[in-house]
Write a new protein. Sequence first.
Length: 532
Amino acid sequence: MNFGRVNPAQTLDAQGITGLGEVHYNLIEPALVEAAVKRGEGRLGRGGAFLCSTGAFTGRSPKDKFVVRTASVEDTIWWENNAPMAAEAFDLLHADMLEHMKGRTYFVQDLYAGADPALRLDVRMVTELAWHGLFIRHMLRRPERAELDTFTPDWTVINCPSFKADPARHGCRTDTVIVLNFDKKLILIANTEYAGENKKSVFTLLNYILPGKGVMAMHCSANHAIGNTDDTAVFFGLSGTGKTTLSADPSRTLIGDDEHGWSDKGTFNFEGGCYAKTINLSAEAEPEIYATTSKFATVVENMVYDEETLELDFNDDSLTANTRCAYPLEYISNASDNGLGGHPKNVIMLTCDAFGVLPPIARLTPAQAMYHFLSGFTSKVAGTERGVTEPQPTFSTCFGAPFMPRRPEVYGKLLQEKIAKQGATCWLVNTGWTGGAYGTGKRMPIKATRALLTAALDGSLANATFRRDPNFGFEVPTELKGVDATLLDPRSTWADPAAYDAQAKKLVEMFANNFAQYVPFIDADVKAAAIG
């Protein structure tokens, strides 16, 4: 039995997915919340938010992610970073999953991935959990109801948490699997309830398809000046660097907080919503994101709450530190209504340097920007993981290695070309430590970071006096009104300058050792940037 609006020629039966029980097509938010509560998938929270747990999986499973190895993608996939699966194993997995699905209820959402109509991907999400349908309805872009009558999916994603893969039979690592088949335009997800796998599988897909069209796919947030899309900025950054916080500027329009494309026309959001971390979230620091946790149909994942009052505990990480909420972009008052921006005027690369070496802001040449983009540096600190007793570097190329199907230099070259063609100014912003490494120094003052970033975006910082950093070769401003000048020279913030020099030398060597893998594939100017 089928429920909801759907193109009659594009039902699951027409796709060869037969024998299912109830199939609910394109239910809107109230119906999905109602179904999820009725099915015991979670409960209604304050303001109508949906409170749920993702069970054993409270984060992504990157080691269980695969790409089917076929002739069409053999020479373009970065196989060192993407585990291969044989086509025959995928076919067995697909057939076994479809057999398992028979007689069960499923929820289908037909959605757009990408705000640019000329470049968007029409994606069909088939989910076993009603709340997964709600989640992805927030995260991707929703067609108008009339558009569903002619919707034809380019790709289909089937997410079946109750199905366990068989490593011996299906060529995977464990009974959890996420696999992309570019020939069949199909993604299968099994044995994980973590909703982030849904959106990141689509992001990975776009990261492969768009560069083939000359479009830069970016793991970044983006905003533009109010009323002026020509003044667009993008913010690359790994978790914990401030990507969401710094792009959520009330004086600018938010395009999106996580995933964007840069085409010949400008910037466009891949998504229609936000997936924000909620651990230690406060109404004072981030009032609008905080407010979404009590808005109707917001998905609140893995947060501890009072069973009687339903009050959320934003500081309790007993289930996971990766507590999150998913909500539509329109829940943020200054969000763009079309997800589009101009060509980035400023490209910001965020890092959290726990070594206390990098300055709070530095101006990069296009070659230096490619170097830092390919490096994708941030750092872990003592206490975050067992065995970590001093800061440890984390290099995640392109600021999102787990989602990059092509080789890093493909994305790096595209970014370098677009920066050069559009004349974008590039900045490296350190939100980490100053006055010493983690444990000795202190976190970079957010007030100073915001002041420097504001000056970079409004163009006033370009008029400052700059010095050349002796360690990395980039340009560092020597003063800015309202910012302590000492802060702009990290060495002067250390009690022992010689200790700073030793720490800086150590970090430069870490960068060099990591970057050696890219040297055979890059241009001479980037090689020069790599040695400062």
